[in-house]
Design a protein around this ligand. Sequence first.
Ligand SMILES: [Zn+2]
Ligand SMILES: [Zn+2]
Length: 447
Amino acid sequence: MKGPTVRFLGGVREIGGNKILIEDGPDRVLFDFGPSFSPRVEEFYVEYLQPRSTCRAKDLLEFDLVPRVSGLYSRESLGDGDLPYAEPEVHAVFVSHAHADHAGYLDLIDPAIPVHVGEGTRTLLTAIETSTRMKYGEHPWRLFRDRTPVRVGGIEVIPYPVDHSIPFAYGFLVRTSEGTLAYTGDFRHHGPRAADTHAFFAAVAQEKVDALLIEGTRAGPDPRRNLTEAGVRSAVDRVLKERPELALACTYPRDIDRLRTLHAAALAADRDLIVSVRTAHLLAQVAPRFPSGEIPVPGQSPGLKVYARKKRVSYLWERPFLEDALPAEGVRDRGRKYLLALDLAHFPELIDLRPPKGSPFIHSMSEPFSEDDVDDRVMHNWLEHFGLEFHQMHASGHASHSELLDLVRLTGARTVYPIHTEHPEAFEKAGPSVQLPELGVPYSLAG
Ligand SMILES: [Zn+2]
Ligand SMILES: [Zn+2]
């Protein structure tokens, strides 16, 4: 095929795992590179059985869990597998945001290939690497700025900030030698940065793009309840004011908006929000990227404390928070003064915390999609054992079905490719411009 093309190497009929390759003459640019959440991966790799860290690409390629692209993977990660190492044939990787399903396979990529991320995303990735086992590999990191074009050969990429459930999320406008494209990344417009999402789609509409690559996490039937971020705030307010006991909450560890919401609600109810050491580290790292005072910082902001889990060893990055951290007994004795954000993985702390029966537990995450979700069953077993009262309060990181259709119509894109969705056909209601992409097939951008 002559002229610029786009190929979907992941994120087709699945949520997450976006891998989008744009080719224009000699120039090749990849957008996002992360594992999918689809059950297909779990047919081979599960929590206790993972690809070997010495040759991850080889072990994933064995089952076609990553695409066979020459000149993309590092020599080390290919090992002696059947895809031979080749000098870089991909010239840049752009990452829309720091969620694992978009950035989680960066460590497989040849360390000679530049990786472009927002400045804030780089901060997030570093904080995640420091405080978890996640690794993103060595790369020439290139930091892009909002709405400032980046050139890779003949391809021009303009990053636009969008609202999502992790800060520093971007959509992109891409201009090639013949034809333009917009890639939304993941987005919503019911969060605190809704105006950014509106501005991005206005730019997409104005550009009259040839192709719109739009995420559709919530396209199609979705019975799960959804609030706005402001709606979560008033729901949490209600629980905290009505209940005299220790309040517990769990949320996604990088959802800074939700942490801000929980902190503000705790303050208004004359409580302190207590976070894990890992969350404390993340907040301290990202705070300088925001206007002063916007992000609560442990040790500086009122109404924010850190929880001390009993551990045998502490890491260097944990130490700044440990001296003033609250142990379980301290939380238990003054329960009504606290809102404790607890990761599901830290539920054994409940054995020490012993919250009074009927204490509220705020589940500020997505509801499970299927009824036989194992993690959900385990969580409810714990809640039932301790007699905790379950409250569901969440604002999704993604636009709703009807919002997605409205946006498709608004942009007037010549061709629309729904990705990052299990229901791409749900977009067909938006008109004849919708084309359901197939994995690995090149689509021409030229009009
Ligand atoms: Zn995603
Ligand atoms: Zn995301």
